[in-house]
Design a binder for this molecule. Structure first.
Ligand SMILES: C[S@@+](CC[C@H](N)C(=O)[O-])C[C@H]1O[C@@H](n2cnc3c(N)ncnc32)[C@H](O)[C@@H]1O
Ligand code: SF4
Length: 475
């Protein structure tokens, strides 16, 4: 290892003392696994709900604006680490059918909400790989989408893509088409810049293609966020540090990291769990994975990238996903279109089916393809209104009051006090904010506010310390 890398990794190892201390306190499960705090309650824990139950008593926000997500579930081939449900190498006819269905689903939503067009606050098109379409199909989708969705108040139009779909003649056409419909930001799944690791991930591209896709996207005028996974087989402290150094030199606006999730947190299990079960020795250990995360933060910090939304690093505070901030910090309403998409509407959450056949048949029957969801009661609404913003940026007391209908100064006092004692939270008159240490373990800190019915691991998985999430967590 080069001396500078050695120094950074040695400094990063300092996080392990905190890890041990916080495991003993019961914050982190003793096995060290993590569960991403993305939704509250977690996505697999929703009961079945009918469309009518979900929409009873709901009305649009006063400004009529909604964040809009659309999901295109196709990919060229399955990546070894990925748990997302999708179809690989689907026929052009199947993609046409899906695009027709998602347009019809949007019509059903408009009828349900009583509007002739949806007024978007911001838009994210994700997947899968939403550019795994021919350029003509991509144009057709965007044409149908923008006829139904009014972008005149939209602050950001973002697409999640994989690098291979941006290369060659078709890639150039896709970039041009997206720009022409107002797409202004791309999240590119680089995953690694090490060819041996990319191969182990079963990615479609190599590192040179990632760099080429970034250059082409920048030239086409997009702001860029690039995503990486750490904790994957084939990664070492050294080659991971090299990847982060290289990423910091690519001149993109945002860099985002995901710790490899071996057990799924959705309903579908990808190949990585089987891989881990048979060959656990090929995976970096939990402590090694935490050191990788800390190393990445130190390298990015030295290069001027700071964590402006949890796990997303940017040089300038203005560069962030509006979709993520509107959903998770501002707690604005949003609708999700397409297989597996979800809608978050004031005090309720509705999840679309993951099954293609069910998706098509419900829409053909004139029904929204929702099959699970929850209308939150007062207590669950307060838990939701603290967990999402805490995970992602900070909890504004004014927003909490508005969304939960109660004061944060009178809520979760015992828990907030304990987290402050452990150096994980700070509180001001206006907000509740994770300290840098709290942010490092943001998922675990957020579980502290879960109702015992929705804590991801059983009580016995945690030490019986002050921060066992099953204790002291009354509203
Ligand atoms: C739904 S994927 C879509 C990305 C896009 N299709 C691509 O491949 O570039 C969004 C991101 O989730 C991350 N991801 C997927 N599976 C993961 C896992 N098992 N653990 C951690 N992160 C994962 C990857 O970094 C990926 O870029
Ligand atoms: S990571 Fe992206 S390209 Fe790979 S299988 Fe998952 S959604 Fe598809």
């Amino acid at each position: 290892m080069e001396t500078t890398t050695k120094k950074v990794v040695a400094e990063a190892r300092g996080i392990l003392a905190d890890y041990d201390r916080l495991r003993q306190a019961g914050l982190i499960p003793e096995h060290g696994d993590f569960f991403p705090s993305v939704h509250y309650p977690p996505i697999t824990m929703y009961p079945r709900i009918t469309e009518d139950q979900l929409f009873a008593g709901y009305s649009l926000p006063a400004d009529d604006l909604l964040s809009v997500y659309a999901h295109i579930p196709f990919c060229i081939r399955p990546c070894g680490f990925c748990h997302y449900p999708g179809k690989y190498n689907a026929s052009s006819e199947e993609k046409d059918l899906y695009l027709d269905m998602i347009a019809r689903e949007t019509d059903l939503y408009m009828a349900r909400l009583g509007v002739s067009r949806i007024r978007a606050r911001c838009v994210l098109i994700g997947g899968g790989t939403p550019t795994d379409l021919t350029p003509e199909q991509l144009r057709g989708f965007l044409d149908a989408f923008t006829r139904r969705v009014d972008l005149s108040s939209c602050t950001q139009f973002s697409y999640d893509v994989d690098p291979s779909s941006l290369l060659g003649e078709d890639g150039a056409r896709r970039l041009e088409i997206m720009r022409s419909y107002g797409v202004d930001r791309l999240t590119i799944g680089a995953q690694s810049l090490d060819d041996a690791v990319l191969k182990k991930m079963n990615r479609e591209h190599d590192a040179a293609q990632v760099v080429a896709a970034i250059a082409a996207s920048k030239k086409a005028g997009f702001k860029l966020n690039i995503e990486f996974i750490f904790g994957h087989p084939g990664q070492t402290q050294e080659n991971w540090a090299d990847v982060v150094e290289a990423a910091a030199g690519l001149g993109v606006e945002e860099i985002q990291f995901y710790r490899l999730k071996i057990a799924p947190y959705g309903d579908k299990t990808g190949p990585v769990l089987g891989h881990f079960t048979h060959r656990p020795e090929q995976f970096p250990s939990v402590p090694d994975t935490l050191v990788m995360k800390k190393t990445a933060m130190l390298i990015l910090d030295a290069n001027g990238y700071h964590e402006n939304l949890t796990r997303v690093f940017s040089k300038e505070r203005k560069d962030f996903s509006h979709y993520a901030a509107d959903q998770c910090c501002n707690l604005f309403d949003q609708i999700g279109l397409g297989l597996t998409a979800f809608s978050s509407l004031r005090d309720r959450f509705g999840l679309n089916t993951q099954d293609f056949k069910e998706y098509y048949s419900l829409i053909k029957a004139g029904r929204l393809p929702l099959n699970r969801g929850l209308v939150r009661d007062r207590e669950e609404q307060a838990r939701w209104a603290i967990i999402l913003p805490l995970k992602n940026r900070n909890v504004s007391k004014a927003i909490f009051q508005k969304r939960a209908g109660m004061s944060l100064d009178g809520s979760f006092r015992e828990k907030i006090g304990l987290l402050q004692e452990y150096g994980l939270l700070t509180e001001s008159a206006a907000a509740l904010t994770l300290t840098p240490l709290g942010r490092f373990f943001a998922d675990d800190v957020c579980h502290q506010f879960h109702h015992p019915n929705y804590i991801p691991f059983p009580k016995a998985a945690y030490a019986a310390g002050d921060l066992n999430p099953y204790e002291h967590n009354r509203l």
